[in-house]
Design a protein around this ligand. Structure first.
Ligand code: PHE
Length: 343
């Protein structure tokens, strides 16, 4: 028996040496270590042995079994390592290969203007306020001094959701939201960029466009504060040499109301195609907040005054970059959009 066991031992080690795959390993393991294997069958024969022989024989079988197990385990690790090594060698990365080139995206000109204007006003201590695009008629019109039958509604009576809701036609309702929230206590200094909707369609107007509203409420605010604020804005946006002039105008929620022009940055004021020979370019609407609006929004007009302005985002961008049609902002043409990469 012992002789046969030694033979099995030698055969097993020989076979283990020759294994070169995981499958092969499993076959050898079955041959020598499964319950039905010859080696394990020997275990069953132990009961036939004499007591004094049994222990030594058991130990002998076990030592063979352990040795085969260990060798198999050793082989398994070696095979795994070899497999990993082969995989790594196959997957060599050549770091000198040229990489893919990704085209970098760029900010939309609309957003460039929003960011620049925001930066200018944040620098002057303004906060950014937001308001809803689906707005109550009450905020879009009534609180801005435009009652139901007011003719000033005509120009902006556009996209209604139902009797009381519409797509806001201007960012001015944010004025009312901010004032009501302040509960009669100043100061307020906000700008509010956002989308507005009107029935409008030509080269410089679209049914949806952007506005930036500005509102300042405090004690002793006057037209001089408005003018100097607009001058600082014009110079930061269109160059140090810009001047601002105010022409009287009409908005229901400001009194007095003005339209502000900047001196033409193309010709410096001499008159050219851009400024239609006038030397001035209209840039925004503004005025002192109407006392009735202040009162409706909870402010004591003996104590507080304010100014407001509203500027068209696309209008500023079109002037600044010489863009000739408003629709270019919305058609996502890469040839157009990639021209603003460097800003
Ligand atoms: N909301 C006005 C418009 O859309 C602009 C404006 C804002 C005028 C604030 C005065 C004060 O035409």
């Amino acid at each position: 028996m012992k002789e046969r066991l030694n033979q099995i031992h030698d055969e097993a080690l020989q076979e283990i040496d020759n294994i070169n795959s995981m499958d092969g390993l499993q076959v050898v393991r079955n041959t020598y270590l499964s319950k039905k294997s010859e080696l394990m069958q020997f275990m069953g024969k132990m009961k036939d042995l004499k007591n004094e022989e049994r222990a030594a024989f058991g130990q002998f079988i076990n030592s063979i079994k352990n040795e085969i197990s260990e060798k198999l385990e050793h082989k398994r690790k070696a095979l795994e390592e070899a497999k990993l090594k082969e995989k790594l060698e196959k997957e060599v990365v050549d770091f000198t290969l040229p990489s893919f080139s990704y085209q970098k995206g760029s900010k939309h000109p609309f957003q460039i203007i929003v960011d620049q204007v925001s930066e200018i006003f944040i620098g002057m201590g303004y906060d950014i306020a937001e308001g809803p695009e689906v707005e109550l008629d009450f905020f879009n019109f009534e609180l801005l001094n435009v009652p139901k039958d007011h003719p000033a509604r005509d120009m902006q009576d556009s996209f209604y959701i139902d009797e009381t809701h519409l797509m806001r036609s201007q960012t001015s309702p944010v004025q009312a939201h901010v004032m009501l929230k302040a509960e009669g206590k100043g100061p307020i200094k906000i700008i509010s960029p956002g989308k507005v909707y009107r029935r409008d369609d030509d080269a410089t107007h679209s049914h949806q466009f952007g506005q930036i509203e500005g509102l300042v409420i405090d004690k002793n605010i006057n037209m001089g504060n408005l003018l100097s604020t607009l001058e600082l804005f014009a110079k930061s946006m269109f160059g140090e040499k810009r001047e601002v002039r105010m022409r009287s105008s009409y908005f229901p929620f400001t009194e007095p109301s003005v339209e502000a022009d900047i001196s033409c940055f193309e010709c410096g004021g001499k008159g050219c195609k851009l400024c239609k020979g006038t030397g001035w370019i209209e840039i925004l609407g503004a005025g002192m907040v109407h006392p009735h609006v202040l009162e409706m929004c909870g402010f004591d007009t003996k104590e507080y005054q304010g100014f407001a302005f509203g500027v068209g985002i696309e209008r500023v961008a079109m002037l600044k970059y010489g863009i000739d049609h408003i629709r270019k902002f919305y058609t996502n043409d890469k040839r157009f959009l990639t021209q603003f990469v460097k800003e």
